[in-house]
Design a binder for this molecule. Structure first.
Ligand code: ARG
Ligand code: ZN
Length: 842
């Protein structure tokens, strides 16, 4: 059943107040609800309907009178008075049997909830839609030391706690946690003087992994005051770490619930990348307090209203806390790896979709990351000051609202006087625009002719030209910048822009700072010159990337040798001490195998996964040869001698040293890696060394030692599982994954562990696409097994098949066979059915 944006109608009643009473028991929790309804004069007449799924109704009353409602698998209907009334119900639910991790469930003996998007209906009967906002009072009874819900505590006693959340909220922001937990406390004073108690609740034993997350929370609170003038609005802010969680984290009002992988950190157990991700996710969930909670979404089609904006805000935060260029480049790498394949394949959908079957399938890179890019473009187009003004108007005008993308765009139109009708296509049209640029040089004038086109897709059969901000600078032959960055505003299918008064023909630096999420085609580009001289960190990095891509494509297509000019340029950059180590490490990264497959497919060629894999191997070998002894020199130079700190400077050094170690390993068979593994006092270096040892074929002893040391730490063991798949040879990857599923610690019902093995296999391009089809078959076996227990995680992992049409007919057939086999499974979930049907329909 498909739900359409155009069918939106308001709910017929307002909820004035909700009281919930929980009596906790693992397989028989009782939930009593008391909901005060009043007719909504603004809504069309409709039958009274409350969502409810997997609930056992014990009793129901209206205004104190027992009723017998009509109950279906989706909810409940009954006749109600014309004026205000109180609905009461008692239901029984089974948290211990809830393996879908949606609604109220149990994880390691602890009760917790995940209600976004539509999980509250698995807790009690309710209008489970984001435009119904209400004040919640919650009482929890249970024999556990910690009993938490949203808002402020009203009373706490042994076995009983009462909570009051003064801020009206939709049901998806409801949360409850109960367990044997310990708090890592902290505090924050808002700029208007409110004392906020902060707690990070974890399982006993994890206390030592809380300090970093707590500091990240304080930094986020301060940043949102400084940059967006947003203050926290309760006396208490709690974060809880949970081991079994489908996604990263959840912004429940005053009670954020986190996948433990997204909050727990220590130098011994977490990598630099883990620290950075944790800081960003804590910020993200905290920022939702305003962009998501105080202002929420009218309906789930508007998901990007809160997610795109909040991702954009957390990217600004990370840029401020760490290095802005490094953050920008990393985000582009991620966008190309995750969002471009989505936008260029059968799952393509607009940033604001207009139809869905299962909303959980739309928590995508397009809604989140492209949604953030759209806001970045808006800011680029209107300027920083107008952006700030518009956003403040948005907060003033819509505080307490369930808003839409139209509301969001309107504050920009009003503050700037701009017509954003065409810009809105970024929200309503699917597909990645391809922008090609041709250069023309005459009489001191450089003319750039841009052409944009977007491939039609099922979601957008007839795409129209979009507003594309293209940031351009010009570099003279001697390396001087002759024109600083200017943002060209492209609105037509084809459009010319001229730069005149130039003494010599310059080299154009186009799409600086990645000013729009497009694919740029620039045949006249001079990447070698830009790599040497560009002032914009992004386009300079992109120049290195372009040279690498050109070399790799020539290697793949014609069996050419790795490009010497590229290797020289990269060597020069890597040894350029005026550049920070993090940037140098990024410059040395080659495009991934899947990205190369995508580039070939875009050119109408059939990618051969083994040829792509071989080309990258040759490239790395040539690079190791080109660096020679300089690798060891740079390794030594970037070895951190101070105590470990997860900051930008140190992690940049470790990243560059890590790249050098990989080059050294080709020459020394893992001697340096073994030394690093033996002596490292932090996970970044341990894991980096372990990866190299596996590659060198000398990983067994280190893997065993690692397992021995960390067998009781789930998050570290996730790395152990994942790394073995990631570093396997293409022929072996599926077999390694299969072997790991027989390991006693392969708890496949835990999403982190399942993803450590199968998410990694799906990302092992040459291994997953092994010509035998064994990668496809193994993944399909396990998706079939997981689906009845956890449809959400199963459906998300189906995206491994989204690129199936790129490959040769034999591989297509192999993948299609598995897609069809999964689809033919009796009782397959709505989530997985929708994903695979869309994928197969390409
Ligand atoms: N709102 C959460 C976030 O962006 C994501 C939760 C989505 N969960 C889900 N099951 N769909 O941080
Ligand atoms: Zn979010």
């Amino acid at each position: 059943q498909t739900i359409y944006l155009s069918d939106y109608t308001a709910f017929g009643w307002r909820v004035e107040q909700v009281s919930l009473h929980f009596t906790l028991a693992p397989s028989a929790t009782r939930v009593r609800s008391r909901i005060a309804f009043a007719p909504n004069a603004d809504a069309p007449a409709q039958p009274f309907f409350l969502h409810g799924e997997a609930l056992t109704l014990i009793s129901a009353r209206i205004d104190g009178q027992d009723i017998t409602p009509d109950v279906t698998a989706e909810g409940l209907t009954c006749t109600v008075p014309d004026s205000a009334f109180v609905f009461e119900a008692e239901v029984e639910i089974d948290p211990a049997g809830n393996t879908a991790l949606e609604g109220l469930y149990m994880s390691n003996g602890m009760y917790c909830t995940q209600c976004e998007a539509e999980g509250f209906r698995k807790i009690t009967y309710y209008p489970d839609r984001p435009d119904v906002m209400a004040v919640f009072d919650v009482t929890i009874e249970g024999d556990l030391p910690v009993l938490l819900s949203n808002g402020n505590p009203v009373s706490t006693a042994q076995g009983r706690a009462e909570w009051h959340d003064p801020w009206p909220k939709p049901a998806y922001l409801f949360a409850l946690v109960a367990g044997d937990l310990v708090a890592h406390p902290g505090s924050f004073t808002t700029r208007s003087g409110r004392e906020v108690a902060l707690n990070l609740y974890v399982r006993p034993g994890d206390e030592g992994k809380c300090a970093f997350g707590m500091q990240a929370l304080k930094d986020s609170m301060k940043w949102d005051e400084d940059v967006y003038a947003r203050e926290y609005d309760l006396d208490l802010f709690n974060i809880v770490a949970v081991d079994d969680f489908n996604m990263g984290a959840m912004e429940n009002k005053g009670l954020n619930i986190f996948n433990s992988s997204a909050v727990l950190a220590s130098p011994e157990t977490s990598t630099d990348m883990n620290f950075e991700r944790i800081e960003a996710i804590i910020a993200h969930e905290y920022f939702h307090n305003w962009t998501g909670n105080r202002i929420t979404c009218r309906d789930w089609f508007q998901l990007c209203l809160k997610e795109g904006l909040t991702v954009f805000r957390d990217s600004q935060f990370t840029a401020d806390m760490r290095s802005a260029p490094v953050k920008r480049i990393s985000d582009v790498i991620d966008l190309r790896a995750r969002q471009f394949p989505e936008d260029q394949g059968p799952l393509a959908h607009p940033v604001r979709p207009d139809r869905f079957q299962e909303i959980n399938n739309f928590y995508t890179a397009t809604v989140y990351e492209k949604g953030a890019e759209v806001i970045r473009m808006l800011k680029t187009l209107v300027g920083d000051e107008a952006y700030a003004q518009a956003v403040q108007l948005y907060f003033d005008r819509h505080d307490g609202d369930a808003a839409t993308i139209e509301d969001w765009l309107k504050v920009f139109e009003e503050t700037t006087g701009r017509d954003l009708a065409q810009f809105k296509r970024w929200y309503t049209q699917a597909g990645t625009p391809r922008v090609s640029v041709a250069e023309d040089w005459a009489d001191g004038t450089l003319t750039l002719t841009f052409t944009q086109s977007t491939a039609p897709s099922a979601a957008s059969p007839d795409p129209q030209p979009q507003v594309i901000p293209i940031a351009v600078g010009l570099i003279a032959p001697d390396g001087a910048e002759v024109a600083t960055t200017r943002v060209l505003e492209m609105t037509e299918a084809t459009q010319r822009f001229a730069f005149d008064g130039l003494a010599q023909r310059p080299v154009a630096s186009i799409l600086r700072d990645f000013s729009a999420p497009v694919v740029l085609d620039h045949p006249d580009a001079d990447p070698a010159h830009l790599l040497a001289h560009d002032t914009d960190p992004f386009t300079r990095w992109e120049a290195a990337r372009t040279l690498a891509r050109r070399s790799l494509l020539a290697q793949i297509r014609d069996g050419a040798a790795p490009d010497e000019a590229y290797l020289d340029g990269i060597h020069r950059v890597a040894t350029d001490r005026s550049l920070d180590p993090a940037t140098r490490a990024l410059m040395m990264g080659a495009p991934g195998q899947s990205e190369l497959a995508g580039v070939l497919a875009e050119h109408g060629e059939t990618p051969d996964p083994m040829a792509i894999h071989a080309a990258l191997e040759d490239m790395r070998a040539a690079m190791a040869a080109r660096f020679g002894g300089d690798a060891m020199m740079l390794y030594a130079e970037n070895t951190v001698t101070e105590a470990y700190a997860p900051d930008a400077a140190q992690s940049g050094q470790r990243a560059l040293a890590g790249v050098m170690l990989s080059l050294m390993t080709r020459g020394d068979n893992g001697t340096a890696a073994q030394a690093q593994f033996d002596h490292a006092d932090n996970m970044t270096q341990k894991l980096g060394a372990l990866a190299q040892l596996i590659t060198a074929g000398r990983g067994d002893a280190a893997l065993a030692a690692f397992e021995d040391r960390w067998r009781d730490d789930r998050l570290v063991m996730d790395k152990w599982f994942g790394l073995q798949v990631a570093r396997a040879q293409p022929d072996d990857a599926a077999d390694v994954a299969q072997r790991l599923t027989a390991h006693p610690d392969f708890n496949w019902q835990n999403p982190n562990r399942f993803r450590a093995v199968f998410g990694t296999l799906a990302m092992h391009h040459a291994g997953f696409h092994h010509a035998s089809g064994k990668g496809y078959a193994l993944l399909a076996d396990w998706l079939i097994k997981l689906d009845p227990l956890n449809p959400q995680t199963t459906a998300r992992m189906c995206s491994a098949f989204q690129t199936w049409k790129r490959y040769d007919t034999e591989r297509q057939k192999l993948m299609k066979t598995q897609i069809d086999r999964i689809l033919a499974t009796p009782g397959l979930s709505r989530d997985t059915t929708e994903m695979l049907t869309r994928i197969a329909g390409a």
